[in-house]
Ligand binder design. Structure first.
Ligand code: UD1
Length: 427
């Protein structure tokens, strides 16, 4: 298994190209199920999760073609054609590796009138049930059965009816699933307390480009008039606000000055506000965000929340950044119950962090020291890389499987801005 070696102490300086958003791509890809015409997605990140999703879609008889990108380019273009579906079953072997596979349930059900999906696996950040996905689909006409670790959803008479659903808790994935199902229903759907993450706006914009009718895009109340059919489209995946935020934390912590090419401030307001509150200079230009350290970092009090609040996907990276801030920071995780797996690893590098339930108290330390570390989720792994960029000596990050799911060519991008980082094969 490969490892990443980081030798800390170099301020990051220069330009980092930001890739297409993983979480957006994972909900745009299954939209190929909604039409028998080709769907072309541009700016797809090159990531293990995207490859995994492609294989899952191939399993249903969807053909996928990757065009025109050279190995040295970031991102790629994929054309997906679901002219005829040969299977409506998402098997355990594929789904267990990637939780986002559950996102085929809604669009498959809408297109084929039935879908059978294994219960998902994925990041170990808490229990992560799918009850809201199922309740929302039932509200728009699905009948759901569970058997032998699989969910089977059926649209009686072959087509969903539409209906109204109010989410008791905001869920990104469940909102995506029900929206993808509702666009082909034989009626109108109202989705209340919907998630409104930028990735959901990206999804709705693609669906509208495919002929869907959706009102309230960007709000928590979506009204969807089902259509008899959708058509193909060509669409560019939005840039990855979490990747951009991660490199922003890395730049700030190392006393650096970077331009995040393609990042959009309007999609990451809460991250930008938190960086500024920590004393970091952040400004936007036409096609980039510049992040520049401006003296010692200040401690922060942050609480994760659904968009437009502070993203749970940024919590671990801020925790790393604040390890050496001036004073004590308080971070509270309200979305997932088991999302502090980086705390003990950061502690092994010299961080002073105490957790009490969902709250972590960090007292800024003078220095961190390199150590062998590993984490069991994607953003936690990134937090260890960030800490490694300032730690004295060498940090060895293993279990790169997680990083490769979500950061396109991480070490190359960090080398571009002067980091001393390399990937090595373990003996
Ligand atoms: C998505 C993102 C993930 C991010 C998360 C929250 C993707 C591929 N993943 O995950 O990176 O951390 O949003 O911003 O886009 N819940 C239920 N029942 C359900 C569904 C969710 O109780 O049926 C709970 C979850 O356990 C969690 C909360 O709702 O406590 C929010 O989860 P959700 O927004 O659904 O996260 P994901 O869509 O899985």
């Amino acid at each position: 298994m490969d490892k990443i070696l980081v030798r800390g102490g170099k301020p990051l300086k220069g330009k980092i190209p930001i890739s297409g958003a993983k979480n957006s791509a994972l909900t745009l890809l299954p939209c190929a199920l909604l039409t028998d015409e080709p769907l072309t997605l541009r700016n797809l990140p090159r990531l293990a999760d995207i490859d995994g999703f492609q294989h899952l879609l191939n399993q249903f008889g969807i053909s996928t073609m990757i065009a025109g990108s050279r190995p040295e380019d970031f991102g790629r273009v994929m054309t997906l054609s679901a002219t005829r579906l040969t299977s409506t079953i998402a098997p355990y072997e594929l789904v267990r590796k990637m939780r986002a596979s559950i996102l085929v349930l809604g669009p498959m059900l809408a297109r084929a009138g039935e879908a059978t999906v294994s219960l998902p696996g994925g990041c170990a950040i808490g229990n992560r049930p799918i009850d809201l996905h199922l309740k929302a689909l039932e509200a728009i006409g699905a009948e759901i059965e569970m058997a032998a670790g699989y969910v089977k959803a059926i649209a009686p008479k072959g087509r969903l009816t539409g209906g109204t659903y109010t989410f008791p808790v905001v869920s990104v994935g469940a909102t995506e699933n029900v929206v993808m199902a509702a666009v082909l229903a034989n009626g109108t759907s109202e989705i209340k307390n919907a998630a409104r993450e930028p990735e959901i706006v990206d999804l709705c914009n693609l669906l509208v480009a495919m002929g869907a009718s959706i009102d309230g895009i960007g709000t928590s109340h979506l009204t969807i008039q089902g259509k008899d059919r959708l058509h193909g489209a060509t669409y560019r995946v939005m840039s990855d606000r979490i990747e951009a935020g991660s490199y922003a934390c890395a730049a700030a912590m190392t006393g650096g000055d970077v331009e995040l090419l393609g990042a959009k401030m309007s999609e990451m307001d809460a991250t930008v506000d938190a960086l500024r509150a920590a004393g970091v200079m952040v400004e936007e230009s036409a096609d980039a965000i510049r992040v520049k350290a401006n003296g010692p970092l200040q401690a922060l009090t942050l609480e994760t929340a659904p968009y437009p609040g502070f993203a749970t996907d940024m919590q671990a990276q801020f925790m790393a950044m604040l390890c050496m801030a001036d004073g004590a920071s308080v971070l509270t995780e309200t979305i997932f119950e088991n999302r502090y797996m980086h705390v003990s690893e950061l502690g092994r590098m010299g961080a002073d962090i105490e957790t009490k339930g969902r709250t972590a108290i960090l007292r800024g330390v003078e220095k961190l020291t390199g150590a062998p570390v590993m984490a069991t989720d994607l953003r936690a792994s990134m937090s260890l890389v960030i800490a490694g960029l300032v730690a004295e000596g060498e940090t060895e990050v293993s279990r790169l499987y997680h990083l490769d799911r979500g950061y396109e060519r991480l070490e190359e991008k960090l080398q571009l801005v002067g980091a001393d980082i390399e990937r090595v094969g373990a003996d």
